[in-house]
Design a protein around this ligand. Structure first.
Ligand code: TA6
Length: 300
């Protein structure tokens, strides 16, 4: 995006002293918010929240220093917006993993100050011919990100076509932790999960919180639970709430998977964990013509 366009966007949407549209990594346009409560960055590329930090605390989101910031490529870290499929495209392996919208530019719709120390950034994207060819349906997505004492992200999916469609979606949030070996995730006890690293076996964890001793890639189904990331090194608990989602994914790539990803710093895997609000598999949505459905993740 040209500097001129960024300047034009800032003229239209900037709020003096609170929000500015600026050139971020590799010149990509982002909305940078800073209030007394917190700061954050939202890129138009992928509608990607890349940074959220509450005043006086360590950043809450993980962002890989090797991440691409390029048109057509996903950003590694922060909160990838996943739609309309989760993981690889089941029908066409040439399609990008995790859907069509995380590597595309979204339209900045509005930047609005809310209660004293919070700002709401709204972005949108509509299906085009290329996306319709890849997936076959018309849709409009609206994404509302509120940066304040909490980080709230709501993805609204509208079916603008004439037929019902089934879709998957996720807010694929990468959290920063001091050391994954000293981190647990609670809230998913006694909730069955599909373990991707153990060939898709279904496991019931019993009363145990999630501990991390190897690559961990779990899809917990039929859960609306609040998760708590307990970080003994950064000495904090991050609460991860959600609405409109019946599956939660917990992921850490560990050593080999981290090395295998070119945009993931090899030795950075101990400093992150994904806890994701997901609708996928048998928790996928059916959206009827004209209908809208929303998934929200609230972090604090
Ligand atoms: O959500 C977990 C997962 O599906 C893992 O299986 C792994 O493929 C990861 O997502 C990849 O995340 P990325 O940000 O590279 O799309």
């Amino acid at each position: 995006m040209t500097a001129n366009t960024v300047a034009e966007l800032n003229k239209r949407f900037g709020i003096a002293g609170v929000a500015v549209v600026e050139a971020g990594e590799k010149g990509l346009a982002r909305v940078s918010v800073k209030t007394a409560a917190a700061e954050g960055h939202v890129y138009l590329h992928g509608a990607h929240v890349s940074h959220y930090q509450r005043t006086g605390e360590a950043p809450m989101l993980y962002m890989d220093k090797s991440s691409w910031f390029e048109s057509g490529k996903p950003i590694r870290g922060g909160v990838p917006v996943i739609f309309p499929w989760f993981g690889p495209n089941p029908n066409d392996k040439t399609q990008p993993a995790h859907g069509l919208v995380r590597q595309r530019e979204w339209e900045l719709v509005s930047v609005a100050q809310q209660e004293k120390d919070a700002v709401c950034v709204t972005l949108a994207i509509k299906s085009n011919e290329e996306m319709k060819k890849a997936w076959g349906h018309d849709f409009e997505l609206t994404y509302r990100v509120v940066i304040g004492r909490t980080l709230s992200m709501s993805l609204i999916v509208k079916n603008t076509g004439s037929e019902s469609f089934s879709c998957e979606n996720a807010l694929h949030t990468y959290f920063r932790v001091g050391d994954i070996h000293n981190t647990t995730v609670s809230g998913l006890e006694n909730t069955s999960y599909l373990s991707k690293v153990e060939g898709g076996v279904i496991v019931n964890p019993g009363d145990n919180p999630v501990k991390f001793e190897k690559e961990t890639d779990r899809v917990y189904f039929n859960t609306r639970a609040v998760c708590v990331i307990k970080d003994r090194i950064l000495n904090r608990h991050i609460l991860v709430e959600k609405e409109g989602s019946l599956a939660t994914v917990v992921w850490n790539p560990w050593i080999d998977k981290a090395k295998a990803m070119p945009d993931f710093t090899d030795d950075a895997w101990p400093t992150m964990v994904c806890v994701e609000a997901v609708n996928a598999g048998f928790c996928a949505w059916t959206v009827n013509p004209g209908e809208s459905r929303a998934v929200t993740q609230i972090v604090h």
